[in-house]
Design a protein around this ligand. Structure first.
Ligand SMILES: [Zn+2]
Length: 341
């Protein structure tokens, strides 16, 4: 079967009015082939994850993020594999989604031409042109405008076939065998803490969505794929506005997992710091209810701490201490603690 981007865009257009967002209704379709070569096509609107809608409603922010998952990211969260797939979206892509799309390994984006004429697009115009497109260029993502009626594609950004983006800190992942227990997860976390000592990182256990095979995954905080700390430092430091070029470890883990077709296992996710507001919403969107953190009060910004308070109070996401994991490896007897000098 071969995909027609016009048909795939139509699927997104067909559901866009189902978006629960009162103003910014956006839909996307992700399409491609899974690891076993079977075709898939998944369409999603932007939405509030059910548990957020039920417990916080649609008007409560999670830290400095809205409670919504953007349509493009929603597609990534549900796709069986995102590497080398394509995405159709009704509206210009925001920089945060551009970063997710890049990290997830998607190589082509089609944007409906009508998306460029909306109010919403006008408000987002600068961020799209200055940042989303730059992220796509660096990551090697071709971007086209789609004219459905005329069945016409107009390139906005075309990438050379031989372009390979810089990638100086790729996702680490490894196939695991045997039964994975909380104890073996705890041992894996200790191994990664040793390897990434002193850095912000996250690691997890995930399961291949098609084969069921189990993998360990780890990622550090790093600029989005294509950018390098060594050569792009001045640009990367200049991130005082709403968006920046960094991807925090949990987002890298979520998108990296999608890239290899893996879904993170709830309760087998660890992060050194409190994830950002947006990362927390993405985790929730991915069905996560529990994660372990090393520094329960350390985050990139105050908003993340606020987000944590909101989602824990509403019992949406539970943050557990690293100690609880470590206790599985080295059970500490009460008397040993008191005699420790
Ligand atoms: Zn977005």
């Amino acid at each position: 079967m071969s995909f027609q981007p016009f048909d795939e865009m139509q699927k997104a257009v067909d559901i866009v009015n189902d978006s629960p967002h009162p103003v910014n209704k956006v839909a996307a379709t992700i399409f491609g082939f899974d690891r076993q070569g079977r075709d898939f096509s998944i369409s999603r609107t932007n939405y509030w994850p059910e548990i957020i809608e039920a417990r916080l409603g649609m008007h409560t922010d999670v830290g400095d993020s809205s409670g919504t998952v953007h349509a493009e990211t929603a597609c990534i969260l549900d796709a069986p594999l995102t590497d080398k797939t394509a995405l159709c979206v009704t509206d210009p892509v925001c920089p945060n989604c551009a970063k997710n799309i890049a990290e997830a390994g998607i190589k082509t984006i089609y944007i409906d031409h009508k998306g460029f004429t909306k109010d919403f697009s006008a408000r987002r115009g600068d961020a799209f042109t200055n940042m989303s497109m730059q992220i796509c260029e660096k990551a090697g993502i071709s971007v086209y405008q789609i004219f459905r009626k005329e069945q016409r594609l107009e390139p906005i950004l075309r990438i050379d076939a031989d372009y390979h983006p810089a990638q100086d800190s790729p996702l680490e992942y490894e196939r695991l065998y045997g039964v994975i227990t909380r104890k073996s997860f705890a041992e894996y976390v200790e191994k990664m803490r040793h390897r990434h000592r002193g850095r912000r990182f996250a690691c997890a256990i995930g399961r291949d969505r098609v084969s069921g095979n189990v993998f360990s995954l780890a990622a550090r905080s790093h600029p989005v794929i294509g950018y390098s700390m060594a050569t792009d430092a001045p640009l990367l430091r200049d991130s005082e506005n709403k968006y920046n070029y960094m991807l925090e470890p949990i987002n890298r883990l979520i998108m990296g997992a999608a890239r290899i077709g893996v879904k993170l296992i709830d309760g087998m996710i660890f992060c050194t710091n409190i994830p950002t507001s947006r990362e927390q919403v993405n985790l929730i969107g991915g069905g996560v209810t529990r994660l372990y953190v090393e520094y329960a009060n350390k985050a990139l910004d105050e908003a993340a701490i606020l987000a944590k308070r909101t989602v824990t109070t509403a019992r949406i996401l539970d943050f557990q201490d690293l100690d609880e994991l470590q206790a599985l490896i080295n059970p500490v007897q009460p008397h040993e603690k008191s005699t420790d000098t």
